[in-house]
Design a protein. Sequence first.
Lengths: 91, 84
Amino acid sequence: MHDRGEWETEAPIDRTEHPLADWEIIMDALVGTLSAADVMNVDELRRGIESMEPSAYASASYYERWLFSTETILGEKGILAPGELDERVGR
Amino acid sequence: MTFAPGDAVRVSTRPHDGHHRTPAYLKGRVGTIHRLHGGFRNPETRAYAGDGLPEQQLYLVRFGLDDGDCVLADVFEHWLERAT
């Protein structure tokens, strides 16, 4: 799903810039910090993104994919407990 | 390193389960070595909590297109085979 080079498409390329939301900037900083601290690396980040269900991948934004992957990888490493994030945000 | 600039190489078509950085659209394609980037940790193990060692040689490979343009892509040595 992620490896889409050479896929046929008639869709135009969207080259417009969009302002980043606060959470997207924080997401970027979080991944950079986890990487600098040797907790999670970019290859793990990419592998986590590639593990998304195709429909979830397709409907997620760039940083939503980072969030999904970071939660997945930190869960694997036992840094986040299952459901911990949902609990903390009161879901 | 196995390859030198100008060498003809084919990208392996072997199946690979799991994370790797070789794009599907290049597999089986023949290109020429443009230059050597050097040794880098292997994403295929580093993506699974490994250390990515030993480092693998990473090349910039040039793939010619019919219209005279080209695609330049980074490909690890262990995904390249010598082409004639």
